[in-house]
Design a protein around this ligand. Structure first.
Ligand SMILES: Nc1ncnc2c1ncn2[C@@H]1O[C@H](COP(=O)(O)OP(=O)(O)OP(=O)(O)O)[C@@H](O)[C@H]1O
Length: 251
């Protein structure tokens, strides 16, 4: 069963509505979440990570709702979340940090220690595994965040702008990692980067002002592009068509 948002509404304060009546099923495969700054992408991922609690409606995976205390532990074991800011324990090395997250997700210490190196090698940080997180660059810290999300073999990977601050090679490495995951894994990744969209993702979700503006396969998303869009710019064109048309009419 997919990751399911059912009539989900959320606000950080009373009466505030950041997410409105979100209703969607995110199938296995790679879903990219697009939308302007402040659209609600991180909030949506926070809800899926069970870090935020819907005000009404629900978020569930395999029939387990994030609001059900009886299944919350099992839900969290299946889901990995890379938030925009890496929440690192001060003083830990990259490998210790990734091991710690693996252990929190239910791995044995020995397993987590072993798998942490594998995950760091996947993001090409194997040689920096023993460096303290505070001494890594911003882009390297984001890669530690990706390694944390990969360490325990989660069924659902929630990645909040993982490519922000990554150099082009590391973006390619991340795309290769996403491509190598089993087809049963649900990847939900937010980004402002529409390059290579067709090659990397299966589905697109466009969020605007806390509402779902579009959900569907990449091909259907690209069909919204201006017919005059030059090759390589179709994703940009489709994104603008879906996020700006109503604003232009309203002004
Ligand atoms: N902790 C918070 N407390 C109060 N308001 C918040 C909080 N986090 C986000 N918001 C507000 O919720 C709205 C949606 O923010 P969110 O971070 O989900 O957007 P986003 O689409 O991820 O944006 P970006 O592309 O800039 O990362 C914004 O108006 C933001 O100001």
């Amino acid at each position: 069963m997919p990751l399911h948002f059912s009539a989900c509404t959320f606000g950080y304060r009373r009466r505030q509505r950041i997410i409105h009546d979100f209703d969607c099923e995110l199938p296995p495969g790679r879903t990219v979440v697009l939308g302007p700054n402040g659209a609600g992408k991180s909030t949506m991922l926070g809800l899926a990570a069970s870090s935020l609690r819907p005000r009404s409606g629900s978020v569930s995976y395999q029939g387990m709702a994030t609001t059900d205390r009886r299944t919350l532990h099992a839900y969290r074991r299946r889901v990995a979340w890379m938030p925009q800011q890496l929440a690192a324990v001060p003083g830990l090395t990259a490998r210790e940090q990734v091991t710690y997250v693996g252990w929190l997700k239910g791995m044995s210490r020995a397993d987590a220690w072993e798998q942490s190196l594998r995950a760091l090698q996947q993001v090409e940080l194997g040689e920096r595994a023993d460096v303290k997180i505070g001494r890594l660059s911003g882009g390297q810290q984001r890669r530690v965040g990706v390694a944390q999300a990969l360490v325990h073999g989660a069924e659902v990977l929630l990645l909040d702008e993982p490519t922000a601050g990554m150099d082009p090679r590391q973006r390619t490495v991340l795309h290769q990692i996403l491509g190598s995951l089993p087809g049963t894994v649900h990847v939900v990744l937010s980004t402002h980067d529409t390059a290579d969209l067709e090659a990397v993702y299966d589905n697109v979700l466009v969020v605007l002002d806390g509402e779902i503006r579009f959900q569907g396969p990449v091909g259907e998303f690209l069909s919204h592009a201006d017919s005059a869009a030059v090759p390589g710019r179709q994703a940009d064109s489709a994104y603008h068509a879906l996020t700006e048309r109503d604003r232009a009419w309203a002004s």
